[in-house]
Design a protein. Structure first.
Length: 428
């Protein structure tokens, strides 16, 4: 059995499945996925709990399976959340470095210019904390609370593009952050469920952010990328530009809505529509599908009937195209499309739909691929499955948090890690 202090767990309670990913951290802080548990979900709709008793049993099964595979007792989890109530926006905070806070003359550096001392002082870690705190001091609806405040860039006396201002001289410190917030009670419903299983929740994390951590390299973040997590009840998306999170969103539309459309359009039950989607579905109408029919077994004494394959795929294509068009319109409104030089990355169960990348490419007019996990080792059966990437990303998020040092945070021997944490890791 593993040393529990090195074990971290990501838990996603999705609309169609619960997934728990168990990771182990080595001495260097690298993450290895050592266990995975999953269970079909009931009691969850559009990414949110609607029946706690049913959902709790599903979570229990996934946790038990993950414990058996990893041979470890799970005591706490990093919990992923989604839902249409979650919103994101950018905000700027300011913090003036008061003249009264200048260093005493005896502590001046020998080569320090006198004008520097007169107009500003050295930025300290507590100044960074204060300016981020000010950036989070925003007017939200009373029922909402902040989930993440992701650091973007710092500004010092008008100088932009600063990733770490500590140690620099200045008089006015500013920071841009991307704030993700949601309805407090709806964020805490899954927390209460997990705690009912005698598990602690280390943190709650937006699913879209977790998926992006699992998929994107730092180079792809710098180039600019869009990650779309196409789930059963929701579609989460995150935009990176110049290495930072610049936009997030949630659509209360997912794979279940495709099944609903098929049920109505083909006049079949939801369970049969789901089966047809899995066995014959496509994001684009296949030329070979024209004129082909799928015989349906008789149901409850009804006569045998046929379903037109071309009709089935057309219904799917229209719904999936609508999802991508809504995201594309949102990005156009934010003037973000031209920043996406690395392209679009799709994960979630919807990434398994044939030709989904081609359909997305025709909408976004960008390179599109099915995402793959990066810089994570372990179970190949899990790392190659797009529906597991959010849970794996939650474990990756936890591994980054565990590398953070509360005091003397960034030893000089780790400058690359320091810059990565300042730039990519959310601050609460």
């Amino acid at each position: 059995m593993f040393d529990h202090s090195n074990v971290i767990v990501g838990l996603e309670i999705g609309t169609s499945k619960v997934c728990a990913a168990v990771g182990e951290l080595n001495a260097e802080g690298a993450l290895t996925i050592v266990g995975l548990g999953q269970a079909p979900t009931t009691g969850v709709r559009k990414g949110e709990i609607v029946d706690s008793a049913q959902a709790e049993e599903c979570v229990r099964h996934a946790i038990v399976e993950a414990e058996k595979m990893a041979n470890v007792e799970i005591r706490s989890v990093y919990l992923g959340v989604s839902g249409a109530h979650i919103r994101g926006f950018n905000n700027r905070g300011t913090h003036r470095l008061q003249a009264a806070d200048r260093e005493p003359p005896g502590r001046r550096v020998a080569n320090e210019d006198a004008s520097d001392v007169a107009t500003g002082r050295e930025v300290k870690p507590e100044d960074v904390e204060d300016v981020v705190k000010n950036a989070k001091a925003i007017n939200l609806p009373m029922e909402n609370s902040i989930l993440h405040a992701v650091r973007q860039d710092f500004f010092l006396d008008g100088q932009d593009g600063i990733t770490n201002p500590v140690g620099m001289l200045g008089a006015l410190l500013e920071v841009d952050v991307h704030v993700v917030h949601g309805v407090t009670n709806r964020l805490h419903n899954p927390v209460r469920l997990v705690k009912g299983l005698h598990l602690e929740v280390d943190e709650i994390v937006f699913n879209g952010l977790a998926a992006s951590l699992a998929l994107l390299t730092n180079e792809q973040k710098e180039l600019g990328a869009l990650v779309i997590d196409l789930g059963g009840g929701t579609t989460d998306y995150v935009v990176y530009a110049n290495g930072i999170v610049t936009h997030t969103g949630v659509l209360a539309i997912g794979g279940d809505h495709v099944s609903n459309d098929l049920g109505h359009g083909l006049k079949v039950s939801l369970s049969r529509a789901e089966k047809l989607k899995r066995e014959h579905g496509s994001a684009l109408v296949d030329e070979t599908a024209k004129g082909r029919v799928i015989p349906l077994p008789s149901d409850l004494g009804l006569p045998v009937r046929n379903v037109n394959l071309d009709h089935l795929q057309r219904i799917m294509s229209l719904r999936l195209e609508e999802i991508f068009q809504i995201i594309a319109q949102d990005l156009e409104a934010q003037d973000l499309v031209h920043h996406l030089r690395a392209g679009v990355f799709i994960c979630g169960g919807g990434a398994r739909i044939p030709h989904i990348a081609e359909l997305a490419g025709s909408v976004f007019r960008l390179p599109v691929c099915i995402g793959q996990t990066n810089s994570i080792s372990g179970l190949k059966s899990a790392l190659n499955q797009p529906e597991f990437f959010t849970a794996i990303g939650l474990a990756k998020y936890a591994s980054l948090k565990n590398r953070k040092r509360p005091a003397n945070r960034f030893p000089p021997v780790l400058p690359v890690l320091k810059d990565m944490l300042y730039r990519y890791l959310p601050l609460f």
